[in-house]
Design a protein around this ligand. Structure first.
Ligand code: AMP
Length: 542
């Protein structure tokens, strides 16, 4: 017997319809490439996304055709999120921080038909357009009068002219909720990048679960600042969950420096911000230097790489801001776990609470996890046993676009490539990427643990731990350190700083001071690049 409830497909168009009808006045604020602050609301965004849909129909794009973007976080990008997916096309967010050759490879692999780009990326588009063989239409996200006279890009149009003539009425098509809605290529540290292809259903379910109180706790009373880019895993789904809840959206555009982010938080009364640790590192540096305080920020979700304890402490103790440590992946849309405490943790003293908050958190409804040993046998949830982390759920990848790399699943579970523990309360803690774990004398050393201690030193701006070949121990950890401007610390002082904070054999053998740690397109440390940089390095005594 079937249930007797209305059957309605879970489509992305329903999000913007809802936001328009129930939160039409809900604000959408953007710092633009032009430098000014632009103000609009869900009602206008909805009308303009329908114009986008009409404009795409005008280009005769077929269902599931790919429309690419090279764009910062902003209202026009948001309109494309809804207009492209809502009309049945697939939004392909390209990462502008990739090498132009990679952008060409990805655009051709995705068979993008249209490319919409912010004017900051005009030089990239000028450099790559002739090699992007499937793109037929180039749209610059600007006013008609900002279009350069001779860009060299055939048929280049301005977004405002392109959608300007279109009607704001459009009937969103109804189709199977399992249809593809957007795609994002993984960073491809090994081999060519591979794409995760999200569906309308996976996107909506992810937005529902992501908005829950014990996840990101989104509401119509929030002003949300996604610093995490809309070109990387749909800004953690925030554009969708904001439309679902009517939260005010505040977009930083290209200005991601500490000063600009802080000023935007204050000016727009942001209550909730999301980003990778490096972004907050810059902002906290700016605030410390100027003795600044937040007046409205209540919580921040930090993920993408491990959040150093020093950062969590600074947010809580100095600024009174709650930190939600979160973990996920491109292949998981991306949310997997969020670290929100349970009742039993509230009575703990602050040192014990901190131990919990450092973990990447517990699975949100929809994501199941397990850890396994080298033979694939499930390990206990005791907070001690560590093994390969596998996940499954309705917004976890089943296979990559075009079947690239074969089936990624093992008995229906997706191997994340992370190594983790899970405690008896279900809190997962990443100890490493499996390829970054340091194997020393038959034991594993977590590079994250070694980095976290260095990051707590007041003179350290950033630290990356890698394993170096050792004749006796197989590998030994060393730590590459960027000093804070104007601060000093010696190798011996930093090694001594580990005293009493970790087991002796986990203390790095050496410290290498560097100007910068190589960061990838999504702000993650690129340890492969760091290893290349340090290829001539010799361990002391090795
Ligand atoms: P990406 O698909 O590029 O977003 O990268 C996903 C990977 O980033 C994960 O598999 C983890 O290795 C890492 N990652 C994401 N969030 C965290 C976190 N909170 N702590 C540690 N590593 C993280």
């Amino acid at each position: 017997m079937l249930g007797l409830m209305q059957s309605q497909q879970l489509l992305i168009s329903t999000l913007i319809d809802f936001a328009e009808r129930h939160h039409g006045e809900g604000e959408v604020i953007s710092r633009r490439v032009e430098g000014d602050i632009h103000r609009t609301n869900y009602k206008e965004v909805a009308a303009r996304s329908r114009k986008v849909a009409n404009a795409l129909d005008g280009l005769n794009l077929a269902f599931s055709d790919r429309v690419a973007t090279l764009a910062w976080n902003g209202y026009r990008h948001l309109e494309l999120y809804f207009g492209v997916s809502g009309s049945g096309r697939v939004l392909h967010t390209l990462n502008p921080r990739l090498h132009p050759d990679q952008i060409v490879w990805i655009a051709n692999h995705a068979e993008d038909q249209v490319l919409c780009f912010d004017m900051s990326f005009l030089p990239i588009v000028q450099a790559v357009h002739s090699r992007c063989t499937t793109i037929k239409h180039f749209i610059a996200l600007c006013d008609a009068d900002k279009l350069p006279a001779d860009s060299g890009i055939p048929g280049l149009q301005s977004y405002e002219a392109w959608i300007g003539q279109q009607p704001a009425t459009y009937t969103w098509p109804e189709f199977d909720e399992n249809s593809a809605s957007s795609m994002c290529y993984t960073s491809g540290t090994t081999g060519n990048p591979k794409a995760a292809l999200y569906s309308h259903r996976s996107t909506i379910l992810h937005a529902f679960s992501g908005a829950l109180p014990d996840a990101l706790n989104m509401s119509a009373r929030d002003a949300v600042l996604p610093v995490v880019p809309m070109f990387h895993v749909n800004a953690w789904g925030l554009p969708y969950s904001a439309a679902m809840t009517g939260a005010k959206l505040v977009f930083p555009g290209p200005a991601m420096d500490g000063k600009s982010i802080f000023e935007l938080i204050e000016a727009e009364k942001v209550s909730f911000a999301a980003g990778v640790p490096t972004v907050w590192q810059m902002m906290l540096g700016h605030m410390q230097a100027g003795g600044l305080r937040f007046s409205t920020l209540k919580r921040t979700v930090i993920g993408g790489s491990a959040c150093p304890p020093a950062m969590i402490t600074a947010f809580y103790d100095v600024y009174g801001v709650e930190v939600l440590h979160a973990w996920g992946m491109t292949e998981m849309s991306p949310l997997g776990t969020v670290c929100t405490l349970k009742n039993k943790h509230l009575a703990m003293d602050s040192a014990d609470k901190m131990k919990v908050r450092l973990k990447q958190g517990r699975g949100i409804y929809g994501v199941d996890m397990k850890i396994v040993d080298g033979e694939g046998a499930e390990l206990p949830w005791d907070g001690k046993a560590y093994g390969d982390l596998l996940v499954k759920g309705p917004w976890v990848i089943s296979e990559y676009f075009k079947g690239e790399g074969g089936s990624p699943l093992v008995d229906g579970w997706f191997p994340t490539g992370d190594v983790a523990t899970i405690d008896s309360d279900g809190f997962m803690q990443i100890t490493d990427r499996s390829k970054d774990v340091i194997k020393s004398g038959g034991e594993w050393i977590s590079s994250i643990d070694v980095e976290n201690i260095a990051m707590a030193h007041p003179a350290v701006a950033m630290a990356a731990c890698i394993g170096m070949k050792h004749p006796k121990w197989d590998e030994r950890p060393i730590i590459a350190v960027v000093k804070k401007p104007g601060s000093e610390v010696t190798r011996d002082e930093l090694i001594a700083f580990y005293d009493g904070k970790t087991a002796k054999w986990q203390v790095p053998d050496d410290v290498v001071f560097v100007e910068a740690i190589p960061l990838g397109g999504t702000g993650k440390m690129q340890k492969t690049k760091l290893r290349e940089l340090l290829k001539d390095y010799k361990l002391p005594g090795a």
